[in-house]
Design a protein around this ligand. Sequence first.
Ligand SMILES: [Zn+2]
Length: 149
Amino acid sequence: MDCERFRRMISKKLDGELSRDDELLLSKHLEVCPDCSRFFALTEQSNELYRGMAEVEVPGTILPAIIAETTAKERTNVFLPRWLKVAVAAASIVTVLAGIDIGKRLVDTYTSSDQVTLQETLGLDYLSENPPGSLGNALLASSGGGQDE
Ligand SMILES: [Zn+2]
């Protein structure tokens, strides 16, 4: 069985570019090949996830990174549809952006209160035993805490 060929067909099918004849061949193959059936189910799911993703405005500085990421590995990958690579890269970036946003909100929330220092909020008390010049000391200094010696 030429599974590689059928997987290309699956990719085409999801892009709506598969001919009727090939569609018939593919569905017959999927009935007898569990590997390709699994591949089809997985790609179809990812495709639906990708289509269901909200459109996000990507900052211009990140775009070259996406392009580099999705084109650099082109030759080393055995078989992975281009749209899937773009989707994976975009999803990672959305995750990072969401993380940055959540981080900012946390800091805003905790630093808005004058009674609580950032050091206490972040639980950096355990660092107070650190000698000058250590990473812990640097962390304390940067959080505005510091200690009396
Ligand atoms: Zn197969």
